[in-house]
Design a protein around this ligand. Structure first.
Ligand code: HGA
Length: 605
């Protein structure tokens, strides 16, 4: 959330900053802005809304220079107006910020009567603090260092100072920040994607680090102000390849990539030749007393599905908690337990805090992430990739199915390590899993049928998703997808729970999407389907060929997803719920890739 980029260049930077911002737009799109130093003077341009608005502002009123910082915002403090857009200026100082300065009110108060604040943001105070120190006579580096000591909360900062043409000051506490190395120039960016067209040699700042960056030099200091050297990571060129191609939206492209991305996830965890779960260095579930999965949003639903797998396949007690609750509820944890953080970006603030809490309690930790250079991947004892490639659509799709695939494979590994399955069962489970890429591509053939169904759904004001067992969390995910991108109110429910209250909401024509493959819970779910159908619900049954034969006539519409094993059904059925949300949103004309109020990679709590 909120994207930062900065360049200390040997040439003009405005176009390159805009290009970098576009890559970061998935992190926030309330407003954007750039600031440059031109003849030692700070200049800035900002615009409300998407980066395209800033770009046209720059076309009519160009600014440029050889050094600059830029920002795309997801507002936490202050409305998403042009005035609250970053960069924020105070005196000689220009600041871009990702995160929340928690003590900003007290800091603003400390300047009462001395300085005028012109925005509602927490960020503006950072510019004032640095400028204040400079006016008292401090060297800029000293002013920056002293300011960092006064801030509490989470931040990544990029700063340029009037008169100091050659320097960007940067800091990272809580929010991610990377430095890109160039030839005669250097860069900062929220992530390697932002820097993809500028540099592939990246230094990830560590927690508490701050840095002074010039064209030819990068000085990094740790939280105690000691000079430090951080390793340089060479990133792959694939980051630069995040393009929409012929697809109308990134989301649609990412839905269609799933046969491949699920396959990539599988390759890491399953030896498809021998049908075995791959042993992973540092990962042993044998003596683990309890697995605690922590995640937010869609990733938490992947964790919720995995709870069924770890308990049923590996007989490993497993709990799943939403990270924002987990981190503050002071959960009682067993030191023989293991915690697994699940996050696409590996930077989700609440999940990261929950992971650190588990570490502080002595638990072994793992991080299942898409970005292996992320903070979670670096801080957890074991980093586990999902290998989905860059996901640009804000509503997660291919990362979800890659998380599910990885988690199912890990539960098979856990089952073997704990001695609760024999070789034959392991072979059976692994071969079921290796069929998933094919089944997902077959499920994509439902696209046209789903477009037809979406027409009715797009007229609804409210919808329900029902499922049992591991398909209950998939019902939650189906409802979330619909809410996120179509803005239709939707609820996911455990099919057996509906009659304990929410069934009161069912009336003539209420759409109810029932997830019921022909498994051991099929009859039960179909009974629940009939309960809502007899109260006027318009039922869409998502099932497999056998389920369609048995109960298709009881539903208003049927989507026949390919037959698959019970354990893999949550992955295969994901495709139908994603496409249903997608086509509904397209019919409603919403901004599918960048839905309102949302942003990807939630780096604030
Ligand atoms: N608090 C700042 C930055 C917001 C942010 O990082 N969002 O993720 C603001 O509201 O502008």
């Amino acid at each position: 959330m909120c994207g930062i980029i900065g360049i200390v260049g040997q040439d003009t930077v405005a176009d390159r900053l805009i290009e970098g911002l576009k890559r970061l737009e998935y992190r926030g799109y309330d407003s954007s802005g750039i600031a440059v130093l031109k003849d030692s003077k700070l200049l800035r341009s900002r615009a409300k809304g998407k980066i395209i608005a800033l770009q046209s502002r720059l076309q009519s009123h160009p600014i440029d220079g050889n050094i600059g910082i830029a920002h795309t915002r997801w507002a936490t403090h202050g409305a998403p107006t042009e005035n609250n857009a970053h960069p924020h200026f105070a005196g000689t100082v220009g600041v871009v910020h990702n995160g929340i300065i928690e003590n900003f009110t007290a800091l603003r108060e400390s300047f009462k009567g001395q300085r005028e604040f012109v925005t509602e943001t927490d960020t503006e105070v950072v510019a004032h603090l640095i400028d204040h120190e400079i006016t008292l006579g401090a060297e800029p580096i000293e002013a920056f260092r002293k300011t960092l000591k006064k801030l509490s909360g989470a931040f990544a900062l990029g700063i340029i100072i009037d008169g100091l043409d050659g320097h960007i000051y940067a800091a990272r506490r809580g929010s991610p920040l990377a430095i890109g190395l160039g030839d005669g120039e250097n860069y900062i960016g929220s992530d390697a994607i932002a820097l993809a067209s500028l540099s592939r040699d990246i230094i990830y700042l560590e927690e508490g680090d701050w840095a002074v960056i010039t064209q030819h030099k990068i000085d990094i200091f740790d939280a105690d102000d000691n000079p430090v050297v951080r390793p340089v990571t060479h990133t792959s060129g694939s980051l630069a390849a995040a393009k929409k191609g012929n697809y109308r939206h990134y989301m649609l492209k990412e839905i269609h990539e799933q046969p491949e991305t699920v396959g990539h996830a599988l390759t890491h965890y399953i030896d498809a030749f021998n049908h075995q779960a791959v042993s992973l260095e540092g990962l042993d579930f044998k003596d683990v007393s309890r697995l605690t999965i922590i995640a937010c949003g869609t990733a938490s639903y992947a964790g919720h599905v995995a709870k069924y797998w770890f308990e049923q396949i590996a007989e490993l007690p497993c709990e799943i908690d939403i990270a924002s609750e987990f981190r503050y509820r002071r959960p009682a944890l067993d030191t023989k337990g293991m915690a697994l953080a699940v996050s696409q970006s590996g930077e989700t603030a609440d999940t990261l805090a929950a992971l650190r809490y588990c570490q502080s309690k002595g638990l072994k930790t793992g991080a299942l992430v898409n970005v292996m250079t992320s903070t979670m991947a670096r801080e957890a004892d074991v980093a586990l990739p999902i290998n989905a490639g860059p996901e640009i659509g804000v509503a997660s799709t291919k990362a979800f199915t890659a998380q599910l695939t990885s988690l199912l494979a890990l539960s098979i590994l856990a089952a073997r390590q704990r001695g609760v399955i024999d070789e034959a069962r392991e072979v059976e489970l692994c071969s079921e899993l290796t069929q998933v890429p094919r089944l997902v591509s077959e499920a994509l053939l439902l696209d046209e049928d789903i477009q037809v169904l979406a027409q009715d759904l797009s007229k609804a004001t409210s919808a329900f998703y029902l499922g049992r067992g591991a398909l209950f969390p998939l019902a939650l995910e189906g409802a979330l997808k619909l809410k996120e991108i179509s803005y239709i109110h939707a609820e996911g429910y455990a099919a057996g729970e509906l009659k304990h209250g929410p069934i009161a909401l069912i009336e003539e024509g209420t759409p109810v999407i029932v997830l019921a493959p022909h498994d051991e819970l099929f009859e039960k779910t179909i009974s629940n389907m009939q309960e809502v159908a007899s109260r006027g619900a318009r039922v869409i049954l998502i099932t497999d060929p056998e389920g369609a034969l048995a109960a298709g006539h009881m539903a208003d519409s049927v989507l026949i997803s390919p037959a698959c094993a019970m354990q893999t059904a949550p992955i295969v059925l994901s495709v139908a719920i994603q496409l249903l949300a997608y086509h509904t949103a397209v019919l409603l004309g919403t901004d599918v890739d960048q839905p309102r109020n949302l942003a990807k990679s939630v780096t604030v709590e």
